[in-house]
Design a protein around this ligand. Structure first.
Ligand code: BTN
Length: 251
């Protein structure tokens, strides 16, 4: 990874050209004792996983498909904060590297003009109430052209190359992401979530807007006010402020 100025994030890398998904491979690596910041990278995933059991389209050469291992000493109920931290870090790195107006849709989609360029899948293993380790799967559509996607994806997805009209070096982007991640993660471990929350709210698409949140069969309508200290979304409804944990939201 070029231009890597981190102490541990991205310092240990495993790479395979083609995998089913980088997630189970990173879990195995973590169980074998992979150090914090270890990164599993693939060129192609034939069974990439998205949130909520969805699949993640990960064609060869066109994106960054990687899983990051973290070992924060935090209680399990704070783990959602890590997803928000990572979405802020990637947003900042990609904005700096590409100049594109990247925004965050709660909880963890990165969008350009409403179309998805990045998804984050946080999977954790806990022991009692503490996080044992976290595997964060990060998928970024970098140099994809629309021709690599099925029809239904073209409506909802885009790539950095489509938006910027030029391609980007994936190793350079990974280096920049590792740098932002380590800076924010160190800040988080030393000073808590509050600084991340403020950054997140600056990049978020939904603050102040009326949104509908679907949780299973129910849906709740309200104004997105911001984040609670633990990373949940605060929704002002006509029956008061509700705290929403990760689910799909509709704007
Ligand atoms: C989502 O938005 O649903 C999350 C998508 C996460 C995709 C990444 S790509 C690398 C890692 N390996 C996977 O199988 N999924 C994640």
């Amino acid at each position: 990874i070029p231009h890597l100025d981190t102490k541990y994030i991205g310092r240990k890398v495993r790479y395979q050209r083609s995998v089913a998904s980088t997630q189970p491979l990173a879990h195995e690596w973590a169980k074998e004792g992979a150090v914090e910041g270890s990164l599993f990278l693939a060129e192609e995933q034939v069974a990439g996983r998205g949130r909520m059991g969805r699949m993640w389209h990960s064609p060869t050469h066109s994106g960054i498909w990687m899983s990051l291992i973290l070992r924060p000493q935090i209680p399990l109920n704070q783990a959602p904060q890590l997803t928000l931290l990572t979405s802020v870090a990637i947003t900042r790195a990609l904005r700096k590297q590409t100049g594109l107006n990247i925004r965050i849709k709660w909880p963890n989609d990165l969008l350009i003009d409403g179309k998805k360029i990045c998804g984050i899948l946080t999977e954790l293993r806990g022991e009692q109430d503490q996080v044992h380790y976290v595997v964060q799967g990060i998928g970024i559509n970098v140099n994809a052209t629309e021709s690599v996607w099925p029809e239904e994806l073209k409506l909802i997805a885009t790539s950095l190359a489509i938006e910027a009209g030029k391609t980007f070096s994936r190793p350079e982007l990974i280096g920049a992401i590792c740098g932002e991640l380590e800076a924010l993660y160190e800040g988080y471990l030393n000073h808590g979530f509050a600084p991340i929350r403020i950054l997140w709210e600056q990049y978020a698409t939904i603050i102040g807007q009326e949104i509908t949140v679907r949780t299973g069969l129910h849906s709740v309508k309200g104004i997105a006010k911001g984040l609670a200290e633990n990373g949940a979304l605060l929704l002002e409804t006509n029956t008061g402020v509700q705290t929403i944990y990760s689910s799909d939201i509709e704007v």
